[in-house]
Design a protein around this ligand. Structure first.
Ligand code: ZN
Length: 134
């Protein structure tokens, strides 16, 4: 039983999006795909495709937002790992039936119109795991 198709993206919390993106673009040579602001999660996001996956830089638009609180507690760094799935509702149901601690029992909308849901880090050795359906 393999619920996951591939790593969709790695989310990185940064304090200064312009500064962080210039490192990925100018020093690592990645192609900058533009910004997106996600009101619901109080973040501004920059994407860089890397092979079949992406790096997603996340800057908070509100110190009280989830990424703002993350940076306050842990500093900048890897915020979440996102795995591509199909039928995200079905996968969440299956995990819930098995007693897996979920942050989201129902998907919400993330960047690029993807459906996303988070698994609780206490379930995953401290890693915030996102499921993502595109
Ligand atoms: Zn994500």
């Amino acid at each position: 039983l393999n619920l996951l198709e591939k790593i969709d993206h790695v989310g990185v919390a940064v304090k200064d999006l312009e500064k962080a993106l210039s490192f990925y673009r100018d020093f690592l040579g990645l192609e900058f795909k533009g910004f997106e602001e996600i009101e619901e999660q109080k973040v501004r996001v920059a994407f860089f495709p890397v092979g079949e996956s992406k790096i997603e830089l996340l800057e908070t638009t509100d110190p009280e937002g989830p990424v703002g609180k993350f940076i306050e507690k842990k500093g900048e760094g890897v915020h979440h790992i996102s795995f591509r799935v199909s039928d995200i509702e079905g996968k969440l149901r299956l995990l819930k039936e098995q007693g897996v601690a979920l942050i989201d029992e129902k998907p919400r909308y993330g960047a690029g119109g993807a459906k996303i849901a988070f698994i609780h880090p206490r379930q995953t050795g401290g890693v915030l795991v996102e499921l993502c359906e595109r």
